[in-house]
Write a protein that binds this ligand. Structure first.
Ligand SMILES: [Zn+2]
Length: 305
């Protein structure tokens, strides 16, 4: 079962047009009006976010007791219930959801179980999607969305090791690209997948790029260090180098495998131009441009919006 929605008919282009009456009274309305109604009902203005609870390695008991997905949740709640109405409605409404709505994959520990043992062979060859049923279902269902955002939240940056989450960005991109390859209904040239990689204030954070050995280990960085490197001094040089390397790998994976899809990185760029972070930002941005990926620089004001 898909972690995003209860029903999952595939996205296809062009939109379903058959008017066989099984949409009930809706069938008398023009397709565009029906699509507007479905867009409103599934609320395409709000991104679908990867499940933050009961993941693929949860026990049955954990899933049953989950407040969002467990067996105590009333069946008539939730914005995707429309997809249960009838096959015809599900088909049209899910087309609207996958083509007009968007999926936000938040990197970090909730997404981690979905990589399983995944290793991409190289930037040129994408690895197979893990075979575990729930993991595979998640990536195949992610592949149906036309608009996808891969997001690093400030919480992840505050708590997790950038060597891990930048590596996971590479894996997420690879798995998404692989899932598109397998998806039967490829988007046409007119409707390419669009992926936004939201990096927030990454280049302005202390880790990965702005830490130095003489750093005062206080406040947030002290907590970060305790979580990720308990009892040892983090090697900030290595962390910066590995994180930067992962960004270059990410761009290379996308360049080799993107096909018709369009990728964009977005990051706060209004930062101290003397900082190490700014040097990395310039390097990553240049590599994006060289590789046909766009890079959107945000001002502080734009970030706060
Ligand atoms: Zn749950």
């Amino acid at each position: 079962m898909s972690p995003f929605s209860r029903s999952a008919t595939t996205v296809s282009s062009p939109p379903p047009t058959a008017n066989d009456g099984s949409s009930g009274n809706l069938a008398t309305l023009p397709l565009e009006i029906r699509q507007q109604i479905f867009a409103y009902a599934v609320d395409t203005t709000r991104s679908v976010i990867n499940k933050q609870c009961c993941g693929p390695v949860s026990t049955k008991r954990e899933r049953d007791s989950c407040r969002k997905h467990g067996n105590k949740v009333a069946l008539d709640t939730g914005r995707f219930n429309l997809l249960l109405v009838s096959k015809k409605v599900a088909e049209e409404a899910s087309w609207v959801l996958y083509n007009r709505g968007s999926l936000k994959l938040e990197l970090g520990k909730k997404l981690r179980p979905y990589y399983s043992q995944y290793r991409s062979k190289s930037s040129y060859r994408l690895g197979e999607i893990p075979h575990a049923v729930k993991i595979k279902a998640m990536w195949m269902s992610a592949a149906r969305y036309r608009f996808v955002e891969l997001a690093l939240s400030s919480k992840i940056m505050r708590l997790e090791n950038p060597e891990d989450y930048t590596n996971h960005l590479c894996e997420t991109a690879s798995l998404l690209l692989k899932a598109w390859e397998k998806e039967l209904y490829q988007p046409t040239a007119e409707v390419p997948h669009k992926v936004t990689i939201s990096l927030g204030a990454l280049f302005d954070e202390v880790v990965p790029f702005n830490a130095n050995p003489d750093l005062d280990m206080d406040g947030d960085i002290h907590l970060w260090s305790l979580i990720n490197f308990p009892g040892q001094q983090p090697d900030f040089g290595r962390i910066a180098a590995n994180s930067g390397k992962n960004f270059m790998r990410l761009i290379s994976i996308v360049r080799q495998n993107c096909g018709l899809s369009e990728w964009k990185m977005v990051a706060l760029s209004e930062i101290d131009e003397e900082s190490e972070g700014y040097k990395w930002l310039k390097g990553v941005r240049k590599e994006c441009w060289r590789s046909g990926m766009s890079f959107k620089s945000l001002t502080r004001e734009e970030m706060d919006l």
